[in-house]
Design a protein around this ligand. Structure first.
Ligand code: HEM
Length: 452
């Protein structure tokens, strides 16, 4: 058991030379980690034009995400750049408009509704497992990162738009990745050429966006003309009205929300699953525990969402993978007005940086900060930790709308995969975390798969 009664965080001002900006761009995870290790829980430094406050302590994170969340907006480079793809969707909008949209969309993510997607999630997984059969027989390695991107795209396509994206999957996944690549490129550079200038990167971005827009446009038209699945999320969004004005979402708003849900709900879940399979391959003793639980509960039959409460070891392994490799590795906010954080003044416009990746490895709150140790999530260990020592899905009013969806999806995918296959890392394959929009393995995750 660890002692979580650590002292109050003290603000430390650090002089950061502008010469270090390329170093930050090269490896932001190492930069954030090093900062925390060297300067502690509450750090102030200038970065270009910004006054940055890096918060590495649960009490500080809770203040910004929960207690005084109305004073912290998403008007940051991170979200403004993402908005080039998603427009004013839930992830990037703020204030009254965000509240209205969240109220209208939230019921589609009610737990009961999410559980209703279990069969869709399982069908997509089984299709993937079927695809793996000849690969397993051949002994050829497979890029598990790519596989997870494909299966989560298929699941979100079905749940959101009621369409099978299989035919378009490769093209669409490529379009989304191209755009996300642009987001990363742009957010790391203070000055870039406007999108209207046809550089190769700008052109690729615009082609990708056009593809995604065309697909969304077709789906909206199909639904409006009665050809949609009445149970999918888009059908819910078309029927939803604002409780104050009675108005429904217009087409541009629908488009922004749908693109947001594809972008926010696809790569995040894929990244989490990829790292989970990596960690399990590195820790066969944990994998054996999961397989033993799965076999005992399911006895060879396929899982359903009813089984999930009986698979606590699986849930703990997922939580632990989200701790070590939180897909959303950094969360930023802008202070709207001046504020006081644990007695320290925070000026208006300050840029707040909170990194789940860094906080989740804080030595004061985790028994084995750098190890894969699912027992961190045993009930008594969870109870002993401050709430915001762990925030892979953010928190407060802006908590991820898809957190239940992602947890159910991950549990079903990992259970169905482990039931059938053993995944092993290809010897000598380099695994390097690359903090893009989410954390991805830089060279993919090449694994061999063996039938159990
Ligand atoms: C493992 C998977 C996922 C992770 C780690 C994750 C993480 C996050 C985080 C950290 C935030 C808060 C960002 C902030 O406060 O600045 C967020 C927000 C959001 N996520 Fe997720 N997410 C995941 C899956 C999903 C899924 C499956 C969906 C939808 C199907 C989704 C949709 C959204 C949306 C729409 C928001 C914005 C919510 C709002 O501000 O109202 N996410 N997510």
């Amino acid at each position: 058991m660890i002692d979580t009664a650590v002292s109050t965080p003290v603000l430390k001002a650090v002089n950061l030379s502008p010469l270090r900006i390329p170093e930050i761009q090269r490896d932001p995870l190492a930069f954030l980690q090093r900062n925390a290790a060297t300067h502690g829980d509450f750090i102030h430094y200038p970065l270009g034009l910004w006054e940055v406050y890096q918060l590495n302590h649960p009490a500080l994170v809770e203040h910004v995400l929960v207690t005084n969340q109305r004073n912290y907006s998403k008007n940051t480079v991170q979200y403004n750049t993402l908005a080039k793809i998603t427009g004013r969707g839930l992830l990037t909008s703020d204030g009254r408009f965000w509240r209205r949209q969240r109220r209208m969309i939230q019921p589609a993510f009610h737990r009961q509704k999410v559980l209703g997607w279990g069969q869709t999630m399982l069908t997509a997984t089984q299709k993937m497992l079927h695809r793996w059969e000849p690969v397993a027989q051949s002994g050829q390695p497979l890029d598990i990162d790519e596989e997870m991107m494909a299966v989560t795209l298929e699941i979100i396509g079905q749940a959101l738009l009621g369409i099978n994206l299989e035919a378009d999957a490769a093209e669409l996944a490529q379009a989304v990745l191209t755009m996300l690549d642009y987001v990363v490129y742009r957010s790391q550079r203070p000055i870039v050429l406007p999108l209207a200038i046809p550089t190769p990167r700008n052109r690729r971005f615009r082609v990708g966006l056009k593809k995604l827009d065309a697909l969304i446009d077709r789906a909206i038209t199909d639904h409006q003309q009665g050809r949609g699945n009445p149970d999918d999320i888009l059908s819910h969004m078309l029927a939803a009205t604002d409780r104050e004005t009675g108005e429904a979402m217009n087409r541009a708003e629908l488009r922004d929300e749908l693109i947001t849900l594809i972008v926010a709900g696809h790569e995040t879940a894929a990244s989490a699953l990829t790292w989970l399979f990596y960690l399990l391959a590195q820790h066969p003793e944990v994998e054996s525990e999961l397989v033993a639980e799965i076999d005992a509960v399911l006895n060879g039959r396929l899982p359903t969402t009813d089984d999930l409460p009986n698979l606590p070891t699986v849930a703990r392994a997922i939580a632990e993978a989200l701790r070590l490799y939180p897909p959303a590795w950094v969360i930023t906010r802008r202070a709207i007005e001046a504020d006081t954080l644990l007695g320290e003044p925070i000026p208006a416009n300050a840029l707040i940086i909170m990194s789940p990746y860094t906080s989740h490895r804080h030595p004061a709150f985790w028994e084995r900060p750098d190890a894969f140790y699912p027992d961190h999530f045993l009930p008594e260990a969870e109870k002993a930790r401050p709430r915001y020592a762990y925030f892979p899905f953010g928190g407060g009013a802006r908590l991820c709308i898809g957190d239940q969806f992602a947890r159910v999806e991950m549990a079903l995918v990992v259970t169905a995969v482990l039931q059938k296959y053993r995944l092993k890392l290809l010897p000598n394959h380099p695994v390097v975390p690359d903090p893009l929009v989410t954390i991805r393995p830089k060279h993919g995750l090449m694994m061999t798969i063996q039938k159990r």
